[in-house]
Design a binder for this molecule. Sequence first.
Ligand code: ATP
Ligand code: MG
Length: 420
Amino acid sequence: MKLTRSSAIVPETDVTVAGWVHELRDLGGISFLLLRDRDGIMQITMPKKKVPPELVEHVRSLSRESVVRVAGLVKEELKAPQGFEIIPYEVELLSAAESPLPLDVTGKVRADLDTRLDARFMDVRLPATRAIFLIRATVLQEVRAFLSAHDFIEIQTPKMVATATEGGTQLFPISYFDREAFLNQSPQLYKQIMMAAGLERVFEVGPIFRAEEHDTRKHLNEVTSIDIEASFLDDREVMELLEELIRHVYVAVAERCSASLQALGVSLLIPNIPFKRIAYAEAIETADIPWGDDLDTAAEKAVGEEVGEHYFIVDWPVELKPFYVQPRNNLCYAFDLMHPRMELASGARRIHDYALLVEQLASKSLAPENFGFYLDAFRFGMPPHAGWGLGAERLLVTMLGLANIRESVLFPRDRRRITP
Ligand code: ATP
Ligand code: MG
């Protein structure tokens, strides 16, 4: 079907368009069909004098949200939604919508999030919902463009694995033929192995699975993680890369997604770089928590309110960070990137010395024999390296000021939700 998208329509041409019946209006001598496609709303105008009565009747019988194809003549009409109207000579019903609808698509009555997620196909028809996913696509495109321009190679690592990345217990078990296996919680071990493989700079945009029983507005059980690992760079250098990436994405979204931002009512503030570096010792003082405690939600909030913009927490106690992080006395070369509302990314300079890595595994009560395939990569020439993992959904919700992380995923997976 050769169609013209509404954003590409020019007056005084014959067009064929298709979309969803947004609204019908009958003013006696003239009736209107507001037809919605991905780009916006089109006004189909039917003056009684110009359009045959059978056609007007046919249009009036259409149920809301039905899919139709319209052929007609375009006229400039500055009062219409996109500055034009179409006088139809043919209207074909392609798919009738049942009623009542599961959601109000005009956005006049906003349904609660659970109802919207249950009828996601209908919810995404709303411009304000669709905007989130147009921006999401742009964010991930720009992440790939930025990292590729910085010499990173995109890789894919396995999502079904035999061992935990960090020995944690928060894994989803799966049955793998006659064995138990797990959904991977992070590409960490594999991206590090690629440093031994000589790829030097890799990135992955892919799912990670966390079996934590959270029920918060910032946790999901399936996340899209943006992960990098780079040889011959240290923690400071990958932090700089991370803040440049964040800024790049904000600038690109501001430039490329103005209509979507408007649909969401968001005016984007581009963060300034470099972000502040705050020592763990300073952060716990602000949050009033004891040495050795991780920052919980209340602590993140306290520090976030104090700083008021993106910042890094550095100089973490070694016991709070995973075994593969390079220690420095009782501290380590790890960092978290924070938005005032929540953590966005964690990263570190990694251990590349085999003996030290085995020692650190043992100190975290992990069995080196479970990590054989990983440890082997450190025995035959492993360059120094560093990297981070950034949650795509958290980047989106903080950028757009969305209230709940579930808003940023088409089909979120949480403690209660595995369908649709
Ligand atoms: P938090 O302490 O906030 O639960 P984390 O420190 O356990 O996060 P990491 O293991 O450091 O998370 O993962 C790196 C990044 O991946 C996080 O900074 C976050 O952006 C994202 N991420 C991790 N787990 C989740 C989750 N359950 N839901 C949403 N994003 C997540
Ligand atoms: Mg973290």
